[in-house]
Design a protein around this ligand. Structure first.
Ligand code: WQD
Length: 341
């Protein structure tokens, strides 16, 4: 069926806001729902600035089923792209129950509410973390899955819940997208990654060191079995990632069913390569020190991208230089992210 109106849950977040931009620019009608626990309403003003289109924004906690049900009573959408959820690996280890309750209950409430409608088109934000410690590279979609932290397990459990729902009711059309390492920002510098507190992830940490908010980067381990000893990851530009969601939703219109795709570039870069490229391209200093390994880190992972290219007609376009340029453009224009304090 033709999809016209799309609900983006977590639409004020990092990947959600970038996906709202791409959907609007592709001519979709977009509605955003977010509880703003880990995002800012300012991001939606910026989306309007970029696209010239203002979208309805609902403050909504997907753990609140009566509120979710009310939303779907008042609003009719043709598809949902589901980003809403907690996503910090370290925090999930410290507080697993918070992650299981929030991430699983949000999804279950969403599916219960959607289940009452004929339009059951869902794109789910999963993660390469579901692959755990890969036994071969690049990682294919049919590689073994087994996650080693509560955050990753919520993604794994949700994937299984969606498989079970689809098995009992083929009226569902579901796309599961496994992201590798989302980085960078829209080239306008108006929207970008704005982590609460000290960043867990590498790229925002580098950017905050470069802008002077943090003193130096700690590189977790330089003794891995990789070309320069530091971790290797498949960094993917968030705009490419957003376009991947539009491609997946388009596929649901023509090919009903349940599908799983990696969203990566198929190319791994090491931590040191990223740091040095960031400094060189942006002509900034990124002081760092090598420290011990971070528990739970894999040495290397990067995606097989054949399936997404063949079935979705999508492949990442941006290289590492564009990623570091756009990251710095966002950070230097928004030294404190969306807050102005
Ligand atoms: C990348 C590399 C670190 C910080 C996680 C989640 C994954 C996804 C992306 C949500 C590793 C090194 C990092 C630092 C460092 N998130 N590093 N110093 O762990 O690959 O993936 O974020 O979906 O699900 O698991 O990303 O950016 O934390 O680490 O040396 O201060 O950078 O050791 O090699 P990761 P990351």
């Amino acid at each position: 069926m033709k999809i016209k109106k799309v609900l983006v849950t977590g639409g004020a977040g990092y990947i959600g806001s970038h996906t709202c931009v791409e959907l609007l620019q592709e001519g979709y009608d977009v509605v955003c729902a977010d509880n703003f626990v880990n995002s800012s309403p300012i991001a939606m003003d910026r989306v309007a600035q970029i696209t010239g289109k203002t979208i309805p924004v609902h403050e909504l906690d997907f753990c609140d089923y009566p509120a979710v049900k009310k939303f779907f009573t008042n609003e009719t959408v043709d598809a949902v792209i589901h980003f809403a959820g907690h996503k910090a690996v370290g925090e999930s280890v410290e507080n697993p129950l918070k992650y299981y309750e929030n991430n699983l209950l949000s999804l279950i409430n969403l599916c219960k509410a959607m289940g009452k409608d004929i339009r059951k088109n869902l794109v789910f934000s999963s993660s390469a973390t579901v692959y755990g410690f890969p036994d071969q590279l690049p990682i294919e979609e049919d590689s073994p899955v087994d996650s080693f932290n509560p955050y990753g397990r919520t993604k794994l459990f949700i994937e299984q819940i969606l498989q079970d729902i689809w098995a009992t009711d083929n009226a569902w059309n579901i796309s599961i997208l496994r992201y590798f390492n989302p980085v960078a920002a829209h080239p306008s510098g108006l929207i970008g990654e704005d982590p609460a507190g000290i960043p867990n992830n590498l790229m925002p940490y580098i950017a905050q060191v470069a802008i002077g908010r943090l003193e130096r980067l700690r590189i977790f381990g330089a003794d891995y079995d990789t070309p320069d000893g530091t971790g290797v990851r498949d960094f993917i530009h968030v705009v490419d990632l957003a376009k991947g969601h539009v491609a997946a939703m388009r596929k649901l219109e023509t090919s009903p069913g349940l599908m799983v795709h990696n969203l990566g570039t198929g190319r791994g870069y090491s931590v040191l390569e990223l740091v040095n490229t960031f400094a060189e391209v942006n002509n900034v200093q990124v002081p760092y020190e090598i420290v011990g390994r971070r528990p739970g880190d894999v040495a290397a992972n990067y995606a097989s991208t054949d399936k997404a290219k063949k079935e979705l007609g999508w492949e990442a376009q941006c290289g590492i230089r564009q990623m570091v340029l756009d990251t710095w453009n966002w950070q230097s224009k928004n030294p404190n992210g969306y807050s102005f304090d």
